[in-house]
Design a protein around this ligand. Structure first.
Ligand SMILES: CC(C)(COP(=O)(O)OP(=O)(O)OC[C@H]1O[C@@H](n2cnc3c(N)ncnc32)[C@H](O)[C@@H]1OP(=O)(O)O)[C@@H](O)C(=O)NCCC(=O)NCCS
Length: 159
């Protein structure tokens, strides 16, 4: 039986170059069209890009990446290893991304997801991402449309 309390033992920290070997192994296990090591390196090194890893007992068990382009931001990747799903690990990762995006005062956070990825869509809907439009044949291996989803942020005038 899984427990939500387990996530108290999970540490979220910024993704670093030293993490990427393990992140790419997980990426290749989880996605049919995985990002390359080079794509993750750019994610960590380039300005306005970044990521977080979730760590349990010293092992990376999840990760999420973002890109900030002034008023808009992108959730470029999020994944949790199968045995740790359903323990709010992705929520913890997303919370950290919401925090950094708000520091930049982005108005919205965009993402793409496969229409067949019902788990991810349910996760995004839970955290107030709404369907913006469907982008034809966006994904390869296998070819599939993308649902473009958006989460809007609101700020007080004097924030
Ligand atoms: C999508 C994903 C990242 C969710 O990770 P997770 O750690 O299991 O999600 P969480 O435990 O933080 O879920 C938070 C909430 O999202 C919703 N949710 C998450 N997974 C769900 C599922 N499979 N079915 C229905 N709702 C789900 C639930 O409301 C959940 O809260 P609850 O358990 O209290 O009801 C994970 O399934 C995953 O890694 N999938 C493979 C990679 C992937 O597809 N990434 C997205 C690419 S666009």
């Amino acid at each position: 039986m899984t427990s939500k309390i387990d996530n108290k033992k999970i540490l979220i920290r910024e993704m670093q170059l030293v993490d990427l070997e393990k992140v790419v192994i997980l990426e290749e296990e989880i996605f049919p069209d995985p990002w390359s090591l080079k794509a993750f390196q750019e994610q960590v090194e380039d300005d306005n890009w970044g990521g977080y890893v979730a760590v349990s007992n010293g092992e990376i068990i999840g990760y999420a990446c973002y890109y900030i382009a002034a008023h808009e931001s992108h959730l470029t990747n999020i994944a949790v290893v199968e045995e740790f799903r359903g323990k709010l690990v992705a929520k913890l990762l997303l919370d950290n991304i919401f925090k950094v995006v708000k520091e930049y005062k982005s108005e919205f956070l965009l993402l793409e997801v496969r229409p067949s990825n019902k788990s991810a869509i349910a996760f995004y809907e839970k955290y107030d991402f709404k369907l913006l439009y469907q982008r034809p044949r966006y994904y390869h291996s296998p070819v599939e449309d993308a649902l473009v989803m958006v989460h809007y942020f609101e700020y007080d005038r004097d924030e």
